[in-house]
Design a protein around this ligand. Structure first.
Ligand code: SOE
Length: 388
């Protein structure tokens, strides 16, 4: 492929802004094999999506995603809508021969994710590529952590502890947005941020969860309804609506490589804004990452002389670190947005080379199966034993 890769993005909320930054910036920072055209931004409200297209650098705006997905002058569809529309849009785009980038979680159910995985496999046979947007894999320190574990730096992985801590729902008057409605989001903290913790734990360790035990809890049952149904913006009215998803998820898991994991995903960790934390404990050392300090990776060498042991704070900003070669000199730091440029870089390079992509729809389906297993475990309440 030498001509430009023409992209259409469906959706224009928070992820729409973040993905637009990636599409706009990656071609300017990395030497991509083909140019990228930010061709069409698609949304339901013509005035709002036209304004967003202007702001974020999309050549056109449209309101009918089916029409855009069918266009011959579109090569790739980027889906950044809430999870309830991922399956329909991705399957249509893949059938139309478009490469697909779909935000996480892949879908709102295993059934939907399985249909997406099947469509992706059929499309791959036609050279059509697909990927799910677990972007945190592409924070340099996270990829570096994966490389260290793969190189044996921590030895045999014994334990993984992963948390995704936010606090944007601590206020009971925070409005009932789409992320709090099961029919739109599929689940609450579990699928929205727990999915990131699951994917990152599996990516860094190279192991997959095979068995889980979990608890889900909704702490605030009703919230003010936004006057506009979009759930994105709008003002809270006097009407209140039921929260139909979990506010927090606590779960443990066994990995196929023998490790044991403990996980937490919550929107009620007061004072924690976007703390995706993971620590991998091995018999030769450990690594620890915190998204709220995303340029650093804590590395511990348990084979060093005891007098000199301790976690070392590695600043992951050297040109030799993953993705850094396109950016600034050491110590000049990256941010939350850079992972979206790294996602575009890897996606464009793979599409141009007709090469497989990670995380694939298979990876997304596997995460969906973990989420469903946690929900089933929580429903069974099998882990709870009264203290006599
Ligand atoms: C939740 O607030 C959220 O926006 C998630 O939906 C994103 O996936 C995560 O990256 C940041 O937090």
């Amino acid at each position: 492929m030498t001509r430009a890769l023409r992209v259409a993005m469906i959706g224009y909320g928070f992820m729409g802004a973040a993905h637009s930054q990636g599409w706009r910036t990656a071609p300017r920072v990395f030497d991509l094999p083909v140019p990228v055209e930010m061709a069409v931004l698609v949304g339901r409200r013509a005035d709002a999506v036209a304004e967003a297209a202007e702001r974020w650098g999309w050549a056109e705006s449209a309101t009918d995603w089916r029409e855009v997905v069918a266009r011959d002058d579109i090569d790739l569809v980027d889906i950044v809508t809430p999870g309830d529309s991922h399956a329909e849009i991705a399957i249509a785009a893949l059938a139309a021969g478009k490469h697909v980038l779909c935000e996480k979680p892949l879908a709102n159910s295993v059934e939907q994710a399985e249909r997406m995985r099947t469509a992706a496999a059929e499309a791959a046979a036609r050279g059509v590529r697909s990927m799910v947007g677990f972007t945190y894999r592409r924070v340099p320190a996270a990829t570096f952590a994966r490389d260290l574990v793969a190189d044996g730096v921590v030895g045999t992985v014994r334990q993984v502890r992963a948390q995704y801590l936010q606090d944007w729902l601590v206020d009971p008057e925070a409005p009932l947005t789409w992320r709090l409605q099961k029919d739109l989001a599929g689940s609450g903290a579990l699928g929205d941020i727990g999915a990131h913790a699951i994917d990152l734990a599996q990516f860094i360790t190279g192991q997959r969860l095979t068995e889980v035990s979990g608890t889900l809890e909704t702490l605030v049952a009703e919230r003010p309804v936004l006057e506009r149904a979009s759930g994105l913006g709008g003002t809270a009215g006097s009407e209140r609506g039921a929260v139909t998803v979990d506010d927090l998820a606590l779960f443990t898991g066994r990995f196929d490589g023998g490790a044991i994991g403990s996980f937490e995903a919550t929107r009620f960790a007061t004072g924690r804004k976007n703390a995706l934390r993971i620590e991998v404990s091995g018999d030769r050392g450990a690594i620890a990452f915190d998204l709220e300090d995303l340029n650093a990776l804590q590395v511990h060498d348990a084979t060093a002389p005891a007098e000199r042991q301790g976690f070392t704070r590695v600043l992951v900003t050297e040109p030799g670190h993953p993705y850094l070669q396109g950016w600034w000199p050491a110590g000049h730091m990256l941010g939350y947005e850079h992972g979206f440029s790294h996602q575009v870089k890897d996606l464009v390079e793979a599409v141009a080379a007709d090469a497989p992509l990670h995380p694939s729809f298979d990876d997304g389906l596997q995460v969906q199966r973990v989420l469903t297993a946690i929900e089933r475990s929580a429903e069974a309440r099998s882990a709870w034993t009264p203290v006599s």
